[in-house]
Write a protein that binds this ligand. Sequence first.
Ligand code: BDP
Length: 704
Amino acid sequence: IPQTEGTHPAWLPDAALVHLAAADAVVLGDGPLVDTVRTEVAHAATLGGGETAPRPAGGASPDRLVLALLDAVPDDAPEQLREAVDLVQRAPGDEGFVEVRRTGAAGTTVTMLATTGHGLLHAWFHLVRQGAAVLGVRPEGDRSGAQASLRVEAHEPAHALRVLDHWDNVSVHPVMGQVERGYSGGSLFYDDGALRPDLGRVRQYARLLAASGVNRVALNNVNVGRREAQLLTTHLDDVVALADAFRPYGIRVHLSVSFASPVVLGGLGTADPVDPEVQAWWAQTAAAVYAAVPDFGGFVVKADSEGQPGPFTYGRDHADGANMLARALGPHDGVVHWRAFVYDHHQDWRDRSTDRARAAHDHFAPLDGRFDENVVLQVKLGPVDFQVREPLSPVITVMPQTRVAVEVQVTQEYTGQQQHVAYLAPQWTDAMQTRPWGDDGPAVHDVTSGRATLARRGITGGGLAAVSNVGQDVFWTGHPFAQANLYAYGRLAWDPTLTAEAILDEWVGLTFGDAPDELRTTVRDLLSGSLDVYEQYTAPLGVGFMVSPTRQHYGPDVDGYEYTAWGTYHFADRDGVGVDRSCATGTGYAGLYPPGLAATYESLSTCPDELLLFFHHVPYSHRLHSGTTVVQHIYDTHFAGVERVEEMVTAWEKVAPLADPALAGRVGERLAEQLRSAVEWRDQLNTYFFRKSGVPDGRGRRIY
Ligand code: BDP
């Protein structure tokens, strides 16, 4: 079990495994991932002071816990095991497993059956997550007798592709540093231009990711610098070493590649996707990668966006570009994650028709049906850029013939940079569970999983992708509570129908399982609702941004982006605020959705309050559905947001002595900064809107 001295165990502390110590588990099967399961089982056994090696099936007592590959169960297996095999109706897929649990007079026996070692590993972590109850141990005080029962449950991941993208640079970037938008110290992989010599923490990380559900990791930043581009060729050894570290936990590695690689690495005169020499270069390069890393996952590409090269240079479109790479990877079962984050960041701010929210839609909607089967279009959840509140990207609803993946930002770039507590899962579950075509239509997760009837038969969904929030920090994520976001992402990628609250309970239970109730309840309460608090004291009603450009998007600067070319505006003046994205008078963006949703957003009378300023420009006196005016809403929420942070600080102070001192210290320090920053947000926002509007606070509070 990879553990690094001094590093926080996150959601896999030994306390979370101890209930499995007494299970005396039997593991049947062969292969590298089955060996990983054996190591896990042996480690758990040591926690109870038991055997360190798993024993063979059968024996003196009945086996309480068996983890077996279906084809490794011998014909003369003990009856309990044979019976469990007979109960499996359909052999689980690659990563799935079946759990058979029987409770009888002799106690509870659990049999986990899988087709592959990968499935068995997920079965193991499923047992870890369920805690003591898994073996029929009832909570203290529960005196009800054990009911005889038999339960058979099949588990499969909703998405085959559950990717975590690292925006890590090999060489330290002069502005972005070692990890672009990283708030957790250095990179786990690279240190100042080279691969870290000791990848012990990467192995530990792989274990955590596998336990959450993630199965793919992209190893470098989507903005690909020269040294990063070379991972594909001259520095392929780095990729080999990282793949070796991830492999025992079933995680495949991917690379972000530069579209200009044939020029910058191959010395060709062009990277034009229709040029046969360019195609041959990519095919050879991909073949060399697969020769070194046979289970390599594929490429991630940010093209024609924020300065990255792309097919537009050669007058080609994004289907030409993506398919060319897909054909190089196809023979090796690789995929291209092609990002839809394409917009012009040099737009003319006076021209409202160049609405940045429209850009991805306008580039990609016409290309539906043209992408090869191993291209996944990776679409940011919202149409602009990972803000605390955005509507769903309409791209997700207009590509029925394309494999669509939704991309979320686990790293808290715009949500407090891991200084502020912001549990992001409610944003993701709301979006994944939305039914954009109406209550009877498919949910977003049916699109990403491929369960929705896609117009093109036989293609599967694109899954989920996310930007990682980890680094060298002892707590992995800077703010210890930001671990919950990473955990939640993995769990949702596995099962997007889970609720944010249920995942939070799981995370608290695993991470703080042996802590006093009071501490666990407080941690839970601080996280639950924390995103609402953050939204209250930052940019109002879906208008977005207002973050400081000079402080790398941390803290407020209401007009920081207002007169720049990035396309993220609020259009506040003395009369009103908000972006008119209606079809009647604005950019027409509201009309890009399926009809019901489009109508809801188009009309002021039906547009939800929380997105009002995303879709409409309104006077400060406009009355919200909540009954209050826009300007009064801004004042009220900003005062309330700070008050709620004050309550969080007090709540934490009460329980901090019950926590590990290092963790308590870190959380306390971050909460103090959150409070300082929330006050700054409140005062800047309230002052700004008071001066623009001239409308005083209806409750007479002092505005600084
Ligand atoms: C923006 C980040 C920038 C990323 C970009 C992206 O500020 O660092 O490169 O997203 O997703 O939000 O490519």
